[in-house]
Design a protein around this ligand. Structure first.
Ligand SMILES: [Zn+2]
Length: 281
């Protein structure tokens, strides 16, 4: 936020930014801030900073886990597999046993994560099975799973907390109900509808959510017509880039600001220099 202010960026609400993007009336260094998932730390840590700077922001909220006060498993698993790789332990065998199918020992972080997420998407395991898998991964990483759960890891804001942040000027928009992207029209559109209905229940004073963010950035051509049919006006990806007038409104690029992006790199994006050179990651 300091960097945005130092570079005199115009931080705009998403609605206004999109309208001005496509009408060619954006001010120089226009920025729109978006936060994915709706984690508890958004309210606790990001919101006070946004208020201090007076910056508007959107939270793309996944609602099922907000209602059920459980960690978002398809965010928790990659985190735990990453923790295993940091602890130099290989959870392949334990994962294979939990999934009921063999997993090659020594598979890398990306391959293991992909296998676990595929299991989650295709097998639709019960809550018990999901916790069992998470426990296996946590143990392999040398973590205490119960302690991890109690810490609120990958836990989202409750419906009351969502209402509270919207009352403080934050917009809450669509990110599917269960943080997933089904491959059939019926299921995908149900994810969007359930997500929207829940958001409207959590934050009844807010106008209907019409902006979407693809869970984990996964998007494909068939989804666009389904999003249109649900009245979605814009959709953001995890593809790095600066949006311009010719960007398709259902595949808008973003800069995902993570701990991997250092100060110089971030400044490069803010000033518009970085999109001229290829991304390193
Ligand atoms: Zn997400």
């Amino acid at each position: 936020m300091d960097t945005l202010r130092q570079h005199r960026c115009s931080v705009l609400p998403l609605d206004e930014a999109l309208e001005r993007l496509y009408s060619g009336q954006l001010p120089p260094r226009a920025v729109s801030l978006t936060f994915d998932d709706g984690g508890r730390d958004f309210r606790l840590r990001a919101l006070p900073v946004l208020k201090e700077f007076g910056y508007p922001a959107v939270v793309y909220l996944t609602t099922y886990y907000s209602l059920h006060s459980q960690p978002v498993f398809n965010l928790l698993y990659p985190y735990l597999v990453w923790k295993c790789s940091r602890a130099a332990t290989d959870p392949s065998t334990a994962i294979g046993e939990t999934m009921g199918e063999p997993v090659q020992a020594g598979a890398d972080y990306a391959a293991l994560t992909a296998r676990v997420l595929k299991w989650l998407n295709t097998q639709d395991p019960t809550a018990d099975q999901k916790h069992r898998m998470a426990r296996v991964l946590a143990t392999s990483a040398g973590l205490d799973y119960e302690e991890l759960l109690a810490s609120g890891v990958m836990r989202l804001m409750t419906p009351d907390e969502v209402r509270e942040v919207t009352e403080q000027g934050i917009r809450v928009e669509l990110h599917t109900h269960r943080h997933r992207t089904p491959k059939t029209e019926d299921l995908f559109r149900r994810e969007v509808r359930e997500n929207r209905e829940s958001i409207m229940r959590f934050a009844p004073h807010q106008s209907k959510p019409v902006h979407f963010c693809y869970p984990s950035g996964h998007h494909s051509d068939e989804l666009y017509a389904w999003l249109e049919a649900e009245g979605v006006c814009s959709a953001t990806t995890c593809k790095s880039g600066l949006a311009n007038k010719s960007s398709y409104r259902l595949t808008l690029p973003r800069l995902i600001d993570t701990s991997h992006i250092d100060e110089l790199d971030f400044e490069g994006w803010v000033t518009g220099a970085s999109h001229l050179v290829p991304r390193r990651s």
